[in-house]
Design a protein around this ligand. Structure first.
Ligand SMILES: Nc1nc2c(c(=O)[nH]1)N[C@H]1C(S)=C(S)[C@@H](COP(=O)(O)O)O[C@H]1N2
Ligand SMILES: [Mo]
Length: 396
């Protein structure tokens, strides 16, 4: 048996040798595949991943708050900024990741696959890093276009894999530190020889840069107003939608086309002090306030709008509810789905900018934007800006 496996592996190694030899030549020969190119692309990719990680953790803390870590409500556009950055750097990471893999791929198949324990750990961390990176950017892009063709929940998976990716990246950087240090220490002039290798390497980096820049330029307009005209790839367009604002889920998709326009609609505000129902006319009779606040979707699109309605603090006052010290429970007319119910930590509930909005940009809320009433609060992800309100509960 042992003899058989030995003979078999010897034969496989024999067959693979010419291939591996060619791969090795390819890895060491073309200047574009030099260590320097790998380090330069790796630096950018590492930066993109770190930005994605930091902004991703921030988004998770907003959506799954830790009780002892209150998140800021200002600046009102903070989440719009961090999430725009998240999606922009994730998009830029795609060409960088492909370029990085291309500069090293022959080495991913070196033979023998494992030389020592250290070598095994290095290769295992790279296998994890490559696999997880590819999955992260792929499901991230699929989420942007709302293509949920995978059998697992997006957010939990994307978040868990992000920690694996950052861990594998830390190990990878530790292992590669000598190479990275060598490249960084060498004086700039010595980094290329005089035979034009520099040009081809520069050409490669320029091509990668151009690919990254166009991927960003053609999508960033979903969150950066100045780039809006260039946005041809992102699914949501600034200014396009009912009342000039994109929609994430329509009233029809949420199954509220009838309940939202029912004549007996009321908004219930409940607290330990009791419960009160407000008709739409009741809400309109309360003092009205106007605020400019963004909808900032986790999927990367965002847009500012002028909202008008009742300040949540005024509504809670009118219902004689105590000042909230625990998360408010907010319920939508929508019956199913993850966003039918949300929780609002007290710092948003007490913030004077938080509105129960009845109007958008000077007109009655479109049914797709949450008619008759929706929440709009400063600094929160779009998914928490609950539409088609039914009930607000202050818990003790
Ligand atoms: N009830 C309910 N509210 C909701 C949603 C939803 O699916 N159901 N989608 C949320 C998401 S993900 C976003 S980004 C915003 C978008 O608001 P808009 O469609 O009015 O632009 O609404 C939020 N409010
Ligand atoms: Mo969203």
């Amino acid at each position: 048996m042992a003899g058989f496996t030995e003979r078999a592996s010897a034969r496989i190694a024999e067959r693979l040798e010419p291939l591996m030899g060619a791969a090795h030549d390819a890895a060491s020969d073309p200047p574009v595949k030099s260590a320097r190119t790998t380090v330069v692309v790796g630096r950018l990719l590492g930066a993109a991943f770190l930005i994605c990680f930091g902004t991703g953790v921030y988004s998770h803390l907003l959506q799954d708050p830790l009780p002892w870590l209150p998140m800021p409500t200002r600046p009102v556009e903070l989440f719009r900024f961090t999430q725009g950055l998240h999606v922009i750097s994730g998009t830029a990471a795609v060409p960088l990741l492909l370029a990085k893999l291309w500069t090293v791929y022959p080495r991913l198949f070196t033979w023998p696959p494992v030389r020592s324990v250290g070598h095994f750990l290095e290769r295992a961390s790279i296998a994890v890093l490559v696999g997880v990176s590819l999955v992260e950017v792929t499901i991230g892009l699929m989420n942007l276009v709302q293509w949920y063709a995978f059998p697992f929940p997006f957010r939990a998976t994307h978040f868990a894999l992000a920690w694996v990716l950052i861990g594998a990246l830390a190990i990878h950087l530790g292992v590669k530190l000598p190479v990275i240090a060598r490249v960084w220490r060498r004086p700039r002039g010595d980094r290329a020889d005089a035979t034009g290798r520099f040009v081809s390497r520069r050409g490669f980096l320029a091509a990668v840069g151009a690919a990254g820049a166009s991927a960003v330029a053609l999508t960033a307009g979903q969150s950066v107003p100045a780039l809006a005209p260039l946005n041809v790839l992102a699914p949501r367009r600034m200014g396009v939608g009912p009342q000039g604002l994109p929609i994430n889920r329509t009233a029809a998709q949420a199954g509220v086309t009838e309940t939202a326009v029912a004549p007996d609609w009321v908004l219930t505000v409940a607290s330990p002090a009791g419960s009160r129902d407000f008709t739409l006319d009741d809400l309109r009779a309360l003092p009205q306030a106007e605020e400019v606040l963004p909808i900032a979707c986790v999927e990367g699109w965002s847009q500012s709008a002028t909202w008008r309605g009742v300040r949540l603090v005024d509504l809670l006052d009118a219902a004689e509810a105590p000042e909230p010290s625990a998360p408010l429970r907010i319920e939508s007319l929508q019956e199913r789905g993850a966003f039918a119910r949300t929780e609002m930590p007290p710092q948003y509930a007490r913030d004077p900018l938080t509105l129960v909005a009845l109007e958008l940009d000077g007109g009655t809320l479109d049914i797709d934007h949450g008619y008759p009433a929706r929440v709009i609060a400063p600094g929160r992800p779009g998914v928490m800006q609950t539409k088609w309100l039914r009930r607000i509960e202050v818990t003790a």
